[in-house]
Design a protein around this ligand. Sequence first.
Ligand code: PEP
Ligand code: MG
Length: 325
Amino acid sequence: ARRKLSSIRKVSAETRDGAQIELLANIELPEHVDMARESGAAGIGLFRSEFMFLGRDTLPSEDEQYEAYRRVAEAMKGAPVTVRTMDLGADKSPRWLSHGVADNPALGLTGIRLCLAEPLMFRAQLRALLRASLHGRIRIMFPMLNALPELKQALAQLAYAKEELRDEGIAFADRIEIGAMIEIPSAALVVGSFLKQVDFVSIGTNDLIQYTLAVDRNDDAVSHLYDPVHPAVLKLIAHTIKTTHRAGKTVAVCGEMAGDARMTRLLLGMGLRRFSMDPVHVLPIKQVVRNTHLDDVVPVVGRMLRTEDPDKIADLLDQLNAEPA
Ligand code: PEP
Ligand code: MG
């Protein structure tokens, strides 16, 4: 099976009825760029930049970050490199950050909240990204947004970073695609309000499931309740995809759901055309895509979205996956 999968590395991710699907890779460190390149992915859909900030005693400088982003951008040779700004807090708290330990870290100062609370740290990253984008196709996306004002504040920091660079005579690429992560239910429900401000959105299903269902994504005691096909989760994902496409913008899923072959036809049937996943999943997912007829899956997914009965959803999911990939 391995030999057979590797034979589709170079062919496009296209459904049987000819829809082009974009499969991208998730990476955590600059040195993972080789895995992304070898995976058969068309680019990087999620670079979890905060991993560069962990396991060290000091904050990486703007120049150090610039070198790292530049290396990734160059290695990808013009293919997209989607860098998520640091998503620290919650489960990832570096030694050099001293915001105290909250009772409820998952509901505390994480993601964009922490970036906005530490504007100098945030702007150093944005400046590094703007400079590195001269060397490749970098996209920037903001994690853990909750509502439009946060997005506007993040964009104001980006505008400020550009202004600083201009004043200092430092070169950067002005036109850079900006995205919003949709991983809090409130953001999914108001995604329409984000779309004028951004070029794309990316659904972080790992957190979206956690926050929708109030189930800790890392707690084994409740892992049986962590359900990617809970009807409430499906409604939020479907709403996000539909609203974004209606506005003429691009939407991806970059949580684990995107790399789960059992979810591929479901997401395709919801209209998703961009998936970002761990590099090891790219070929298996490409295989499913190439063995899927959108005409077959769309009506079944329509029924999945109209019911709130988990048993019925489970049956319909089996039906979607009955024909092997
Ligand atoms: C997500 O929440 O789905 C996501 C992609 O981000 P992370 O897993 O890094 O929180
Ligand atoms: Mg997340």
